[in-house]
Design a binder for this molecule. Sequence first.
Ligand code: SF4
Length: 482
Amino acid sequence: MASNFSGALQLTDLNDFITPSQECVKPIKIYRKPGKVAKIRIEDDGSYMEVAESGEEKKLQKARITLNDCLACSGCITSAESVLITQQSQEELYNVLQENLRLQQTGELDKQKVVVVSISPQSRASLATKYQLSSEVAHQKLTGFFKKLGVHHVFDTTFSRNFSLLESCREFIQRYYEAETNKTSLPMLASACPGWICYAEKTHGSYILPYISTTKSPQQIMGSLVKDYFARKHGLIPSQVYHVTVMPCYDKKLEASRQDFYNDVYRTRDVDCVITSGEVEKMLEKENISLGEVEGDTSFSLMSGLVSPGGGLVSHIGGGSGGYLEHIMRYAVSQIHGTSVESLQYKTLRNQDFQEVIVEVEGKKPLRMALAYGFRNIQNIVQKIKRGKMTYDFVEIMACPSGCVNGGGQIRPAEGQTNAELLQKVKESYTAVPCVQPDLWTGVREIYEDWLGGMDTDKARAMLHTQYHGVEKIASALNIQW
Ligand code: SF4
C-alpha cells in the first residue's frame, strides 16, 4: 500500500499510539482473477510495481486516503490516522489567506473569507514554553503573528470550555438521577478527547458509547460559537467564515472532520482546519521569525468584544485536560449533597495517570470519580464496566498519558532536554493563568441567553451536544485481497 503522509509527523510523535490492530483496509480493493497471479515489487523510491506472470510490469497507482476513510475504518487508531490528512494542515490555512489576498487585489471583497483562529490553552502553553514567554505574552504574540498573515480574529478555546464544563456538570446530574432506572447512565465517561472517542467507537462500539457524555468538546463548541453565534453577530453565513483551531494533538483533526460537525445547509464544517502546536512552530520557521520577535497584539477579545472577568487570559481549575472531574465533582456535591468542598483530594492508584477522588458526606452515598489517562488505564476502566465491576460515577478519560498538555502535536523537547523536563515546564506555564468559575461568569450566562435562549433549550442541545456511532468491523465485509 502506498499513501501520502504528512511530512510534519513521524512515528515518534505518536505518543497516544497503541498498535495497529489490522492493516489499513482502505487503499485499493484488488479482486483476484482466477488463474492469474501477479507479484508486487516495491521499488527503491517506494513506488509499487505489479509484475505479471508474463513479465509485464505496471506501476500501481498511489492510494489517497481521506480523513473520512480513516473515520470509517476499524483498523489502526488514534493519531496514526492523522498522517493521512491532507485537508487539515497549515498549507490549507496559507491557501485560504492567499486566496483572500488575491480577491482583495481583484476587488472581489465579498468573496473573501473571514478567517478566525481559536487557540487552545495547551498549545499556547507549549509555544510559550518553547519561546520562553509568559502565556499572556505568548497569546499576544500569536495574535500578532496570525493577524500579520491575514487572519481577522484570534480567540481562545478556554472560552468555549466554559460551556463544555457547564453542560458536562448538568448532564452528570441528569444521568445521576436517571441511573436509578437506566443502568447505562453511570458511570458518565468524559467526551472531550477524540483519541478516546475514536477508540471507543471502533473497538467497543455500542456497548460503551451510551456511557459517554454527549457534551461536545471545547474545540467543537468553539466551532458552533464561531460558525453560528459569531457569524450571525457579523452578518455572515457560516460558510463565509474559515475557522482554524490550534490544538495539542492530531486527533483533533479527526474530531473536526466528523460528519456530525458538518453543516449540510451551508456545506461547511464548524472547524475547517486544525493545526497543531508543532505546526505553528513550523509556520514561524517558514516565516523565518521566532515568536519572541513578533510584535504582540493586545486587543484581547474572547468573542465579539466580550472580555474575561479580569480582562486577560483565564483558565479553569483541575489540570491540563480541562478540569472536567474537578468541576463535575464540585457541582455534584453542591447539587446532590447540598454542600461544598474546599479542595478535592486526589488519590493515586496504579500510576500517576490513574487517580480517584471520593467525597463522602455523612448519611449520603459517596460520590466517586476518577481520572484515567493513557490507553493502559482506559482499558482497565472499560473492562471494569464490561464486567459490571465499575464503582465510579464519572471518569475523566484522556488518551494521552499526562493528558492534553502532553498531546502528540505539542512541540518536542529541545536537544538535551528530557520529555519529563519539558512537560513540567509546559504544565507550569499552563497553570500560571488565573482561574475562573464558569457558572459565576456573567458573560457566559449572557451568551447562553443571547445565543441559545437559555440552558437546556432545543438550541442549547443542538449546539452543545453530539452523538457517537459504533463502527462495524469492515475488513472482512469488504472482502479485500492482497
Ligand atoms: Fe488530544 Fe488531549 Fe486526547 Fe491527547 S488527551 S488525544 S491531547 S484530546
